[in-house]
Design a protein around this ligand. Structure first.
Ligand code: GLA
Length: 386
C-alpha cells in the first residue's frame, strides 16, 4: 500500500515510475540507557515498524530533485555537489548524508529523483531524522554501488547530523535504525560499537509509547549543552582516574572521585551518565533472567535520574510518567529519547492496557489540556527494499 502511494506520487511528479525502487528505514524507541551514547556507555533501543519511505531513481543529469510528501514541497538542487551548505530547509538531512558520502570519496555519479514519506510523528523523539539519514545512505549504497556496511550507514548518518546539521547526537538512533532486528532490542556498547541482540517479546505485556505531542524550543542547543557538560566533567575526572569515557566508571568509583568535578550541576550530569550506564547493564541482565519486574524498576529509576539529575524531562512528560506509575499493571515507565518533550515508553500488562490509556489520557487532559497519543510498539527490522 505504502509502495503504491509512493510510486503514484513519483509518477505524478516525474512522468512515470519505471525502474523506481522503494525503500524503508525505521525509527526507534529506546528502552533504557539515555544520554549514555556520547559518554561511552550502553544503550538498549529497538527499531520500530514506523519510519521513513523513499522512492528513488537515478537521473541522466546532475540534478537532485527531493520531494517530501509530508511537507508537500520539492527541493531542487542543481548540482549534486554545489550549494549543499547554503540551503537551509527540510532537505538538510538527505543532503547532509550525500555530503558525508562524498567526503568519504563516494561521489554520486549522477543526480537522482527522490520522493520521501515518513510516518513517525514529527518531533516525537522516535528518531525520524535518523531514519531519514539511514534511508538516504541505504538508497545511495543501492543505487550507486557504494561499498559500505550497515554500521557505516549509522556512522555516516551520525557524522552528517553532527557536522552538517549541527546536532551533536551520539550513535544510538542511527545504529538502531541501521541494525534493527525484528522482535529484538539492541544492547550496544557505544565505547566500541560491540553489540548483541536481546529478544524483547514480553509474555503477557506490551510496550506502549505515549506521545506528549510537546516539542520544546531549543532542544538541540540544550542537548549540545548537556553533552559539553559531560565532556567537561570527564576531563576533570581524567585528572584523577584513567578513563576514556564516563561509561568506564562504576558507581563506587564515581562516588570516590566525584569531588574533583568543580561544579554541582556538572557533577549531577556526570552522575546520571555513570549510573544510567550501570542501570542499563543491570536491566539487560534482568531481562535475560526473565525478571521483567526488575527491568521495569530500573526504567522508573532512569526516569527519576533524567528528571532530577540530567534535567531533560518537562512538566508534560512528568504528568504522563506519574500517571503511568499509578496504574495497576504498569511494570515500568520513563521518558525516552533526547527529552524536553516527545514520548514516554512503558511496559504494561496486557489486561491493563485499556485502563492505562484511560487513566493516563485523563490525567493528561486534566493537567495539560489535550489528549496524548498511544502506540503499541511492534519491533521491526533495519532498512529494506519493498
Ligand atoms: C537523541 C540523540 C541520541 C541519544 C538520545 C538520548 O535521541 O540523537 O544520540 O543521545 O538523544 O539518549
Amino acid at each position: 500500500m505504502m509502495k503504491d502511494k509512493l510510486l503514484q506520487k513519483f509518477a505524478e511528479l516525474f512522468g512515470d515510475s519505471e525502474g523506481v525502487k522503494v525503500y524503508f528505514a525505521p525509527g526507534r524507541v529506546n528502552m533504557i540507557g539515555e544520554h549514555t551514547d556520547y559518554n561511552g556507555g550502553h544503550v538498549f533501543p529497538c527499531a520500530l515498524t514506523i519510519g521513513t519511505y523513499g522512492a528513488a531513481r537515478k537521473r541522466n543529469d546532475n540534478e537532485l530533485h527531493l520531494y517530501s510528501m509530508n511537507f508537500e514541497r520539492m527541493g531542487v538542487i542543481n548540482s549534486t555537489i554545489d550549494e549543499f551548505k547554503q540551503m537551509d530547509n527540510w532537505t538538510d538531512y538527505p543532503r547532509g548524508v550525500m555530503w558525508a558520502f562524498e567526503g568519504r570519496g563516494m561521489k554520486m555519479t549522477s543526480g537522482m529523483d527522490l520522493v520521501l514519506y515518513g510516518n513517525i510523528p514529527n518531533g516525537s523523539g522516535l528518531s525520524s531524522s535518523a531514519s531519514l539519514e539511514v534511508l538516504t545512505g541505504f538508497i545511495l549504497r543501492d543505487l550507486y554501488g557504494f561499498d559500505v556496511t550497515n554500521t557505516d550507514l549509522a556512522l555516516i548518518g551520525q557524522y552528517s547530523e553532527n557536522n552538517f546539521n549541527g546536532m551533536n547526537c551520539g550513535i544510538m538512533d542511527q545504529f538502531a535504525s541501521a541494525m534493527g532486528k525484528k522482535d529484538n532490542a539492541i544492547f550496544l556498547n557505544t565505547a566500541d560499537l560491540s553489540f548483541e541482540y536481546a529478544p524483547l517479546v514480553l509474555e503477557g505485556a506490551k510496550i506502549v509509547v505515549t506521545n506528549s505531542k510537546v516539542k520544546h524550543k531549543l532542544v538541540d542547543s540544550a542537548y549540545n549543552n548537556r553533552r559539553s557538560e559531560c565532556e567537561k566533567a570527564l576531563a576533570e575526572l581524567q585528572t584523577v582516574v584513567d578513563i576514556k569515557g564516563l561509561g568506564d566508571l562504576s558507581e563506587e568509583q564515581f562516588e570516590e572521585h566525584k569531588a574533583v568535578i568543580a561544579d554541582d550541576v556538572r557533577r549531577l550530569r556526570a552522575k546520571h551518565a555513570v549510573y544510567e550506564n550501570q542501570r542499563t547493564i543491570r536491566a539487560v541482565e534482568a531481562l535475560k533472567n526473565n525478571d521483567v519486574e526488575l527491568f521495569g524498576k530500573l526504567m522508573n529509576a532512569s526516569h527519576v535520574s533524567l528528571r532530577d539529575d540530567y534535567e531533560v524531562s518537562c512538566s508534560e512528560i512528568d504528568v504522563l510518567v506519574d500517571a503511568a506509575w499509578k496504574v495497576d499493571g504498569v511494570i515500568g515507565s520513563r521518558i525516552t529519547g533526547g527529552g524536553f518533550g516527545g514520548c514516554t515508553v512503558s511496559i504494561v500488562k496486557d489486561e491493563a492496557i485499556d485502563s492505562f490509556k484511560e487513566q493516563v489520557g485523563k490525567a493528561y487532559v486534566e493537567k495539560v489540556g489535550y489528549e496524548p497519543d498511544f502506540y503499541i510498539v511492534e519491533i521491526g527490522c533495519g532498512p529494506y527494499v519493498l
